[in-house]
Design a protein around this ligand. Sequence first.
Ligand code: AMP
Ligand code: MN
Ligand code: MN
Ligand code: MN
Length: 283
Amino acid sequence: MLADLHSHTHYSDGTLSPQALLARARERQVDWLAITDHDSTDALHLLRECPPAQETPRLIAGVELSTLWEGHEIHIVGLGFDIDHPGLQALLLRQQTLRRERMQAMDMNLQKAGHCGLMDYLNTLPCTSLSRNHVADFLIARGIVKSKDQAFKRFLGDRGRIASAAHWCSIGEAVDTLHAAGGLAVMAHPTRYRVGRMQFRRLLGEFAQSGGDGLEVSYSNLDPARMQHLATLCLEYGFWASTGSDFHHPGNQWMDVGRFRHLPGELAERAIWLHPGWPGCSL
Ligand code: AMP
Ligand code: MN
Ligand code: MN
Ligand code: MN
């Protein structure tokens, strides 16, 4: 079973349209695909209006919510919810507004540094959920930085020159809203947060206390030893195990659709697609 339960389209910071992402997943023999744009379900609404002709991969509703926990941006992936749920859509709209406001703050900071035109550039994009990734593209296009890495280190990261914090929802609100919409809540890429060992355990404990259902255990660029460690933690905290590439664009061969390790054997019975709340049919 190949379940890629974390991927992005051009409605957030990916580069492919929903149809092109589906075609790529089909080529790469993905059985289940969740499109999990940042704080947006627009790709899913589009695919529901214009359903793909082929039956594979099977599509499950997805979203990646940004939350704030002890000053860190923690990403919670929602799966299998009702995409029309009013409470969820209200939260997404609020988060998208925060994203636009953060871009305006970054634009002001960039103007002070002598670089104009960010908002004009952003307004040409198809996305509904603006992200720092788009600002990185703008900085590269303008020749201000050479790479994404440089853009995040010098400008966009926590200590970057134009960094601007956003007041994302709490983990508790993200989990409650996903549950109210009939979905499951999964912590995305747990090894990518800059927290110490004890703080990480506290994070997992609080996520479990809040009713969090799952943990991403296998994803792109995760080495086997760390995956094994996550598998142990997943069992210890009683989470279900999820898998996903976090695919954004075809140029990054290490983060391609379906490109991650199978779950380790001890999690065979804890795969999130075996959860009683997993939807019985496609989107
Ligand atoms: P935002 O959603 O605006 O907080 O932007 C976060 C997005 O930027 C993530 O989802 C990644 O796609 C991307 N990102 C974050 N850090 C880096 C980095 N160091 N290098 C490249 N992309 C990054
Ligand atoms: Mn992203
Ligand atoms: Mn993320
Ligand atoms: Mn992601």
